[in-house]
Ligand binder design. Sequence first.
Ligand SMILES: C[S@@+](CC[C@H](N)C(=O)[O-])C[C@H]1O[C@@H](n2cnc3c(N)ncnc32)[C@H](O)[C@@H]1O
Length: 210
Amino acid sequence: MPAGEIQSAHRPESFRGSPLIELESLVERLNPAKIFERDAPLHVDLGCGDGLFLCALAQRTPEKNFLGVERLLGRVRSAVLKAAKIGNVRVLRMESSYVVRYLLPPRSVETFYLLFPDPWPKRRHWPRRIITPDLLKAISQTLFQNGTILIATDHLNYFEKVKEIARANVDFAISDPTVADLPLTKFERKFRVQGVPIHWLELRKIWPVK
Ligand SMILES: C[S@@+](CC[C@H](N)C(=O)[O-])C[C@H]1O[C@@H](n2cnc3c(N)ncnc32)[C@H](O)[C@@H]1O
């Protein structure tokens, strides 16, 4: 089936189970076609929070599958409640970096979203920041050719560091994305109200060229 085309028997509305993924194994890769009960391009929201962005985007993009990854139980519960009536969303309570490194199959993801990752502003806490050269390598391995990762942050220092890490990785082309059509995330709403500038970055997987 060509990417983006849904067989009528596999429309997302037909899903009746819980959107919360309960893993049978922590060492086997996820099977997106089984989890979503259909084959469709996979979008992954790392640190999806309460799922506001994830569910809004999934509702307006029914031809794609959306996986939200979040480690905090309360936020996972909120995301699951929002996702309950949307057929093309699943939520996984897990560390994002573990999911990228060990659970997502190679070349299985069309788009990652990493929107307002915890900035850890104090220098001594920078090692806790999620974006590292290693994580970016793992992200590259899970992306389709031409797949993207969209990153947003309110923190200028983090933004500059992310760009530095991205420039050092030949797999990616860096661009300034157009994001006007995307739904707002909860944190983006908050920052807009406060008048805080938001920095956006898109990395597109361009290497190896096929
Ligand atoms: C600042 S909030 C942004 C939430 C949402 N993306 C938004 O823009 O509204 C960061 C979220 O990422 C989650 N998070 C941080 N580090 C994580 C990790 N390593 N794995 C999974 N979730 C993580 C936090 O629990 C929190 O919900």
